[in-house]
Design a protein around this ligand. Sequence first.
Ligand SMILES: *Cc1c(COP(=O)(O)O)cnc(C)c1O
Length: 477
Amino acid sequence: MKTLFAQSVPGRTGCLPPKPEHAAADMLPAGLLRKSAPRLPELSELDVVRHFTNLSRQNYGVDGNFYPLGSCTMKYNAKFAEYVASLPGFCNLHPLMAQLRGTSQMTQGALECIWEMERLLCEISGMDAYTLQPMAGAHGEFTGATLIAAYHRDKGNNKTKIICPDSAHGTNPASATLAGFEVVNIASRDGIIDPEALEAALSEDVAALMMTCPNTLGLFETHLPRIVEKLRRVDALLYYDGANMNAILGKMRVGDVGFDVVHWNLHKTLGTPHGGGGPGAGPVGVCSRLEPFLPVGRVARQADGNFYLDYDHPKSIGYIAPFYGNFGIMLRAYAYVLRLGGEGLTRVAEHAVLNANYLKKLVEHFLVVPFGRICAHEFVSSAPEGLRALDIAKGLLDRGYHAPTIYFPLIVKECLMAEPTETESKQTLDAYAAALEEIVKQGLSDPRSLHDAPHTTPVRRLDETAAARNMVLTEDM
Ligand SMILES: *Cc1c(COP(=O)(O)O)cnc(C)c1O
């Protein structure tokens, strides 16, 4: 599709702005004036509407079709949450208003939502305090690892290592490294943490264990009490990657099990949009020992009931995000939690797990499914002998489906990792499994027929190596 610049026709216009009362030269210093007019595309309103409408039709989203991307929880984002976030009292607020003298009365409702949401997350997860500031899951992990470092530094502990199992999400070791730790990897056994491997990796310089649960194989860690006890022995903290909280909502509270830090992905568990890599939100919950280190400003309540942003936390790790993180995203999640309530959230987890296990059962006879156990919100499988996960994924695109996550986690060969989420119906899962089976049969009888897929998408199969090596980042105009 041509860019708007390439479609430009000199002299064509979509709107006629009023003539300015004063010439720019009367108002701006000479040094700031342009020497020549900006090169903007010249188009009619209809040209622009068609351009963006047609571009949007090339998009793939949950509102269009099934999106079983493992680890990403691409579930339906209910529209009532959009309505709440677009109320003018919220979306017309300026982020500086919470700090400006004279405007604080106009922000009381917004601050109260933040305050309430922190308390709701405490109740759901069993933690003592929250920050809603981090802007993504990985940003939450980085915040959490930084809190862990601050805690040990304050205590005079010399701790340099964080343990990450090989079934952890890839962002865990990356976040720990960015926060200044050395990462110690431990191998899992039967898909979950091996307490003996953990024991062997423990020493006095271990600051924490970072654990994804359910892990990236879709399996629940069944040795939790032993794991907690082992880390306590060396005065190490426990970090819970709660991006997959949709599998345990209402069933387990990570604070009750003994975890010190947890992050959520609101754009996964609480149904807010992912939107092209953002905006997201990765709230971090902590136990009381870590509360003094949380980022500022924190929403606090005065004796008269008024809310304000409190910056008086001398041990705080400081700023993590401008203003107060992605407020609009937090609002959607807040609306979602209030609308569903405790029972509704528990049903989310039950249906997420039920759907994943149902789909796993459907595909078991034509894909290779390791780990016989019941899975949580997602499951991993391997392409059958002679077929590549990549070809199966591309075949799915031709049938109108988004592909599952492929080649992740790295510990499963020719991996296809699917997460159906709780918002899908039995009919959708049946139809998807039937399409998948058809592709596998086609691939096994005529492997070459899949090599050229996809045929029906706006962009055909890309040479990913060439795309990375010989990048073309501009368009000739
Ligand atoms: C998605 C995910 C992350 C990263 O979250 P982002 O918002 O993409 O940064 C971390 N851990 C797990 C287990 C995840 O599934």
